[in-house]
Write a protein of this length. Structure first.
Length: 439
């Protein structure tokens, strides 16, 4: 008696044909088959209309948590990242010019997918870049005198700030559990910490009193701490005494007993209060080192083991919303140190940040299109370029660093193009759930 009742309950208000089948037990198999098909269709329809996690959905769920002026900060640097990449590319050329056809290989770093024209981008920065024609009619790109002066100024500033950069790299090693970190991982933060382009090839060998390069058995290079400096085991938070905002959440965090990121962390239990507090302190310290007080989140995940941070790093950042702000804008997520900003401006600007703002002021189209001049001396360089073109792309450690630095800043149309990496903590669903949990 129970089976016919359940079947009738499930198929209530269905077609007359289905009701007719109920009166004939011989057709029970047909009925079950039809029920199965109807169930599958219904479930398929449910999955079709179920709200799925997407970039727009992330925006909706985090709307109340978004800090508009920090979104502006990330947006304003997107053009600058392309310009700096092209300037570094030209800087590596002997004559600081490159054939336009060679730039086609760097469309990803320039975020200029076809059919966008590279020439249009170059013409929008006439104060920094110039186009030339050789006698064969081939286009070349070079830098203006202003751009060359800016690069010389950057070199001087990096040299002047080298003492501070050495301190930051040493302090990162001091925070690591084994007092050493893979060199490639630190190279990801080259521009963020004001390190020179030859960071891996020359710079790391100039300060043997602080760190040295060691190779593992499989040939992987590590940067290893040489001497512990107790004067550097004091956090930026302790030194600066920031003015805290955002509803007193930071003050609440600080009222807890403080756990230094430079203290031994090997025995800390994942998920414990001490573990999370130290992870927040480490994140605060890393962001304090950054020129823009902002870092790409998936680069931070590379340091989870070395710096003893949680697997779900994104959840930790979203949980402490008053201290950190995660921006979804662009291809990759970025995390800001919120207390370092007043509106969309950094409270304290280092010389390298002021230099970036200076470069930004040179960007923009002014006046009519200039006629592309023709130079006979460029034709002599074309044959040499064909031979060396492959070397530009392959086997160049410094250029690999440059490409890696600027790939992270690709902007693909705002929130619609969020494309997190394969790391678990960057799954969109985790971001949605974490934002929902902090509401």
């Amino acid at each position: 008696m129970a089976i016919p009742f359940i079947i009738n309950k499930v198929l209530l208000n269905k077609s007359v044909h289905i009701q007719r089948l109920l009166s004939n037990h011989h057709h029970m198999l047909d009925l079950l088959s039809m029920r199965r098909m109807w169930y599958q269709q219904t479930m398929f329809g449910w999955f079709q209309i179920k709200p799925m996690t997407s970039s727009r959905r992330v925006q909706d769920r985090s709307k109340n948590k978004r800090i508009h002026y920090l979104e502006i900060v990330k947006e304003k640097w997107k053009i600058l990242s392309k310009v700096l990449f092209l300037m570094e590319l030209l800087k590596k050329e002997t004559e600081m010019v490159i054939p336009l056809r060679s730039l086609d290989k760097y469309r990803k770093q320039l975020n200029l997918p076809k059919p966008h024209k590279i020439t249009d981008f170059i013409r929008k920065c006439p104060k920094l870049f110039e186009l030339y024609k050789d006698q064969r009619g081939a286009l070349w790109c070079g830098m203006t005198k202003e751009a060359e002066d800016l690069l010389e100024e950057e070199e001087r500033l990096i040299e002047e700030q080298s003492t501070k950069a050495v301190e930051y790299v040493t302090r990162i090693l001091m925070m690591s559990v084994d007092k050493r970190i893979q060199l490639d991982k630190i190279a990801h933060f080259r521009r963020d910490f004001g390190l020179p382009i030859e960071f891996r090839t020359k710079w790391v060998n100039q300060y043997p009193q602080h760190f040295r390069v060691e190779k593992s058995k499989d040939g992987v290079e590590f940067l290893e701490l040489v001497n512990w400096n107790p004067a550097w085991a004091i956090t930026e938070l302790e030194k600066e005494h920031w003015v805290y905002r955002h509803g007193g959440k930071i003050e609440h965090f600080q009222k807890r007993s403080y756990l230094s990121p430079y203290a031994a962390a090997r025995e800390l239990k994942a998920g414990s209060l001490e573990f999370d507090k130290r992870a927040v302190a480490v994140m605060h310290e890393l962001l304090s080192f950054a020129i823009e007080k902002r870092l790409v989140t998936d680069h931070l995940t590379h340091f989870r083991r070395e710096l003893v941070m949680p697997q779900k790093l994104m959840r930790l950042l979203l949980k402490h919303f008053g201290i950190f702000y995660v921006s979804e804008r662009g291809k990759r997520f970025s995390v800001f140190l919120t207390e370092a900003y007043e509106g969309s401006e950094l409270i304290e600007k280092c010389p390298l940040l002021l230099w970036k703002e200076k470069v930004l002021s040179f960007i923009g189209y002014r006046g009519k299109k200039k006629e592309v001049p023709t130079f006979s001396d460029l034709s002599d360089m074309e044959e040499r370029d064909i031979i060396e073109e492959k070397d530009i792309i392959e086997g160049d450690t410094e250029m690999e660093d440059t490409c890696a630095d600027f790939e992270e800043e690709e902007i693909m149309g705002g929130l619609d193009a969020v494309s997190p990496t394969n790391d678990d903590e960057l799954e969109i669903s985790h971001v949605c759930n974490s934002y929902k949990g902090t509401s």
